[in-house]
Ligand binder design. Structure first.
Ligand code: SF4
Length: 355
């Protein structure tokens, strides 16, 4: 007789801002179903399409279970299965032969993928240290925020439901931040305006009230153009700026070089769009920005993030728990959505606007 199913709790290991809580059905010692934990408030029992079929993929008959060695020319698609020992020996010998000649010729380019703390952050680094490989600065996701806010922090994702204006900037949350999208939809039902800023008309952009399709890599110009308008039309919160930020004068000087007409040319949008966007953000009390990682992976991307992050401080949007800025819903590889039931806003102290 089969043993009855058991349930285990887990956390999604993907490098994704949502950090969902999982409920795993285990039968005869095998994970047979993965679903969202209904008791975890942000997850609400719902997972994205990638992970909801996790168990099915893990046990799929077509899943690759042994290493394959290429036996034809590249692109020919001819491979033969080999054992793990042989595959590991081939890789080790190749790495060692390069390391003997010029260890820095090895560049460990990797990111987080399906990883936890051990796989994602420690073992590969140790191997590369032993080899003497080049070091890769793994900061492309969050360096801009650290320079601007002092840490990669943002508003509590749950408060987006109370926002009156949400700029979904360089993000496609239907595909990659499902739970934020649920909250944004709730805000929309309450009357909030959603504006997508993205060169690509994603499924999420289609469902927003407005889609601003700027040219790829021109986000910093748009943010500086908005800052230009906010300052020119006195839509900045001077009391907040004086109390909590550094470098306002330098930022204002830089933004003065980006009048809407110039920004329109750079971004491939109209000057009116820049002006109206700035006015909407500057005149809405509970205005928030949800950014994603893509913007940071272009030349100058870190500074683009910094310019966008400054917007919420300039208008004092941080005063409201449903105002501000958010790029990720967690810190590090740990789930913080549950723990962050108090708002994570800008840390106290003064922020650095300097580019
Ligand atoms: S939304 Fe993100 S955290 Fe949630 S299940 Fe999908 S990949 Fe994992």
């Amino acid at each position: 007789m089969n043993a009855p199913a058991e349930f285990a709790r887990a956390v999604c290991p993907h490098d994704c801002p949502d950090t969902c809580a999982l409920r795993v059905t285990v039968k005869d010692g095998k994970a047979v179903k993965v679903s969202g934990d209904p008791d975890h408030r942000p997850t609400q029992g719902v997972l994205c399409t990638k992970v909801t079929r996790y168990a099915e993929r893990t046990h799929h008959k077509d899943r690759l279970l042994t290493p394959l060695r290429r036996v034809g020319r590249k692109g020919e698609g001819r491979f033969e299965p080999i054992g793990w020992d042989e595959a590991l020996n081939i890789a080790a010998e190749r790495l060692q032969s390069i390391a003997r000649r010029a260890p820095e010729a090895i560049l460990p380019y990797s990111y987080a993928g399906t990883m936890g703390l051990v796989q994602g952050e420690s073992i590969a680094a140790r191997l590369c240290n032993v080899l003497g490989a080049s070091r890769l600065d793994r900061t492309i996701c969050a360096a801009g925020l650290r320079y601007t806010y002092g840490a990669s922090l943002g508003m509590n994702v749950e408060f987006f439901r109370e926002s009156e204006l949400i700029l979904i900037w360089g993000a496609n949350p239907i595909a990659s931040s499902l739970h934020f999208w649920t909250l944004a939809q709730e805000a929309k039902r309450r009357g909030a305006k959603l504006i997508a800023i993205d060169p690509y008309k994603s499924l999420s952009a289609e469902k927003c009230h407005q889609h601003i399709a700027l040219r790829p890599g021109t986000d910093a110009a748009l943010a500086l153009g908005m800052i230009h308008v906010l300052i020119a039309e006195n839509l900045v919160d001077r009391a907040y700026i004086d109390a909590h930020t550094l470098g306002y004068d330098e930022l204002a000087e830089r933004a003065s070089l980006y009048p809407p007409a110039r920004v329109a040319q750079i971004c491939g949008i109209s000057a009116d769009t820049v002006i109206e966007l700035a006015r909407a953000f500057g005149s809405t009390k509970k205005a928030s920005i949800r950014l994603n990682y893509g913007m940071q992976r272009t030349r100058g991307g870190g500074n683009a993030v910094r310019a966008v992050a400054c917007l919420a401080s300039l208008t004092g949007a941080w005063r409201e728990r449903s105002g501000g800025f958010c790029c990720r819903h967690r810190v590090g590889r740990r789930s913080t959505m549950q723990r962050s039931s108090v708002p994570i806003c800008c840390p106290d102290g003064r922020r650095n606007f300097r580019a």
